[in-house]
Ligand binder design. Structure first.
Ligand code: MN
Length: 334
């Protein structure tokens, strides 16, 4: 752990350098850099992370007391003022570690994102399959399954994955005391946790609600649709097939699973993914329109469906100052 200059690393962080800049300047690969930050955390230094729309990350040394964890968890994508369109790839229910996993298709989805200039992926729950629940397994322990996930999940320096945790991800905490959220936060900074069951992704002055329906009562807050903005967009995992649900005050899109689960039982359920293109209003940074493109992924990527959701009606159209739209150095000075 001492084969790099840790003081230099801390100095570069203090200079507001991003993770890709530090990686280049110190000649250290991202995965190794993440481990050095974990080492520093064990040394009593804790860092807050800022995630950018170009896939980069910056850090700030936390000097105060940790903020009390709140539900639902919120994360922010920082965009540039001129970015009025943002593309995000939507995945769900990967069930890694089960015999129905399709790591090859997940890899293919990330290659697609890279090729399409997409820097953000949302996973709407069930990254891993769990051990005490679910389906036939490749591993016998939660630790082995989570290590397998950490080692095999795609890592692209220009892509950040915003991951909600579902009932299958909760299995390791529930039954083995292993919190996959904390492990991901420690070992994969490119995978950004939206918490368990429900999370909010804030972009400019708007937000997207991501949820995964937990069937059993596991002690989490009930899904709270009052918390979310009027006419908010909700992305939900767990159902394994794509559908659109219009609710009072929200528009919910159920996402397909990118795995082989249930494909043999129901021919309408096939491994899939969704490309989401969000359009923002220039005057108040709200989502005006969202284009959804649904793809089958196996054996080839084929577009199956496309539809628009307009969120303009009923929204505040007043010109306001737009949040989360600043350069890294300005965020760090706040
Ligand atoms: Mn589920």
């Amino acid at each position: 752990m001492t084969d790099i200059d840790l003081k230099k690393l801390v100095d570069l962080v203090a200079e507001n350098k991003t993770v890709n800049e530090i990686s280049t300047e110190m000649g250290v690969p991202l995965k190794n850099l993440y481990q050095y930050f974990t080492f520093l955390k064990n040394e009593g230094m804790e860092f807050k992370r800022f995630y950018y729309s170009n896939g980069d990350i910056s850090y700030r040394l936390k000097k105060g007391l940790a903020v009390k964890k709140q539900l639902p968890k919120e994360q922010v994508i920082i965009t540039k003022p001129e970015e009025l369109e943002l593309k995000i790839l939507l995945l769900s229910d990967l069930h890694i570690g089960s015999i129905f996993e399709r790591l090859d298709l997940i890899e293919k989805a990330y290659e697609y994102a890279s090729h399409e200039d997409i820097h953000a992926v949302i996973v709407a729950g069930d990254l891993v399959d769990g051990i005490n629940i679910g389906h036939p397994k490749k591993h016998t322990t939660h630790k082995d399954q989570i290590d397998y996930f950490l080692d095999n999940y795609p890592l692209d320096k220009n892509i950040l994955t915003y991951a909600l945790l579902g009932d299958h991800d909760f299995d390791s905490l529930k039954n083995a005391g292993l919190d996959i959220e904390k492990i991901i936060e420690s070992y994969r900074h490119d995978i950004v946790s939206l918490g368990y069951r429900q999370g909010i992704l804030r972009i400019k002055n708007d937000e997207i609600f991501v949820s995964h329906n937990l069937e059993e009562n596991v002690g989490f807050e009930p899904i709270n649709l009052n918390r979310i903005k009027k006419e908010c967009l909700v992305l939900e995992g767990h159902t394994h097939f794509m559908s659109l649900q219009e609710g009072s005050g929200f528009k919910k899109v159920h996402l397909p699973s990118l795995s082989n689960l249930y494909t043999s039982i129901n021919p309408h359920v096939q491994p899939g993914m969704v490309k989401m293109t969000i359009e923002f209003t220039k005057n108040n940074g709200c989502i005006s329109n969202v284009i959804f493109e649904q793809f089958l992924v196996d054996p080839e990527i084929v577009k199956m469906n496309e539809f628009n959701i307009s969120l303009w009606r009923g929204r505040n159209t007043k010109t306001t100052e737009i949040e989360n739209e600043v350069e890294p150095s300005k965020v760090l000075k706040k």
